[in-house]
Design a protein around this ligand. Structure first.
Ligand SMILES: [Zn+2]
Length: 269
């Protein structure tokens, strides 16, 4: 009787132990399934994962912050270059595996030839930002704006053997651009990009730039950030990317074939 009881107790204890073990495995398993970041560990057979692996994995998770596949995308767009700051901007972008889009002015491309090539090499997108940077000249006739972007293309081809369809108008496409100019640009195949987060970096300190980004990116999954090649922007960039990266954003370059986001299409948030 006593022996039997002991045996029963033993059975109950070992059953509870097994349940507890399964619970632990299940808990970690959920961790694996929910993480898409580390493909190697995700595909690892659970039975071969040691406690060291698990601890290593979780510490990595904490260090890296939210997964790259959170679905949040930030397009970093940088106007008015290239400039003496371009190479340092690229260095900081690389630190975060970030790609940006550079909207370049014709005269600056001709001065900073190497920087144009460096942008291409870094995997960021080369876009155009006109020749004159002057709304009176750009909209003088229906075709003036298109002609300026055609000149940008000739310049880029001379420097790097490439063309680009991605453009941004100085001061944005609204309210200055007449619809006739917009139609001409569209028919020529240009993809016009505006923005939905203005860092106001041209008139701000580095701290203000970061605060603007924090304030306006709140609860938004897809953002197009307007920046310029300025000293204070360069100084704010590292902290800005760190913040957005921790918030789960992936930094993508604008693709040449992507449907643009602009005020005419009304598809910016
Ligand atoms: Zn500009």
């Amino acid at each position: 009787m006593n022996k039997k009881l002991n045996k029963k107790k033993l059975l109950i204890v070992s059953a509870m132990g097994t349940i507890a073990l399964f619970a632990i495995i299940a808990t970690f398993n959920i961790g694996f399934v929910s993480s898409k970041e580390d493909g190697k560990l995700r595909d690892t057979n659970l039975s071969s994962v040691t406690m060291t692996n698990l601890m290593d994995f979780s510490s990595k998770e904490i260090y890296k912050g939210p997964s790259e596949n959170s679905g949040k995308v930030a397009y970093i767009t940088i106007d008015d270059g290239p400039s003496k700051y371009t190479d340092d901007i690229i260095k900081i972008l690389n630190k975060y595996n970030a790609k940006a889009t550079f909207f370049m002015i014709d005269g600056n491309m001709k001065i900073y030839l190497e920087q144009v090539k460096n942008i291409i090499e870094s995997g960021s997108t080369t876009g155009f930002h006109s020749v004159s940077h002057d709304i009176h000249k750009l909209y003088e006739t229906n075709t003036s704006a298109r002609e300026e972007f055609d000149i940008n293309n000739k310049t880029l081809f001379k420097i790097a053997g490439k063309y680009s369809k991605v453009i941004r108008l100085p001061y944005g496409s609204k309210p200055y651009m007449p619809s006739s100019s917009y139609e001409v640009l569209n028919s020529a195949g240009y993809k016009l990009w505006d923005w939905d987060i203005d860092t106001q970096d041209w008139k701000s300190t580095s701290t203000q730039i970061i605060n603007n980004v924090k304030k306006y990116s709140k609860d938004r999954d897809n953002i197009v950030i307007l920046m310029h090649e300025k000293k204070q922007t360069l100084h704010a960039l590292d902290e800005m990317l760190k913040y957005l990266s921790d918030e789960g954003y992936e930094f993508l370059p604008i693709d040449q074939n992507e449907k643009p986001k602009n005020y005419w299409l009304g598809n910016l948030s």
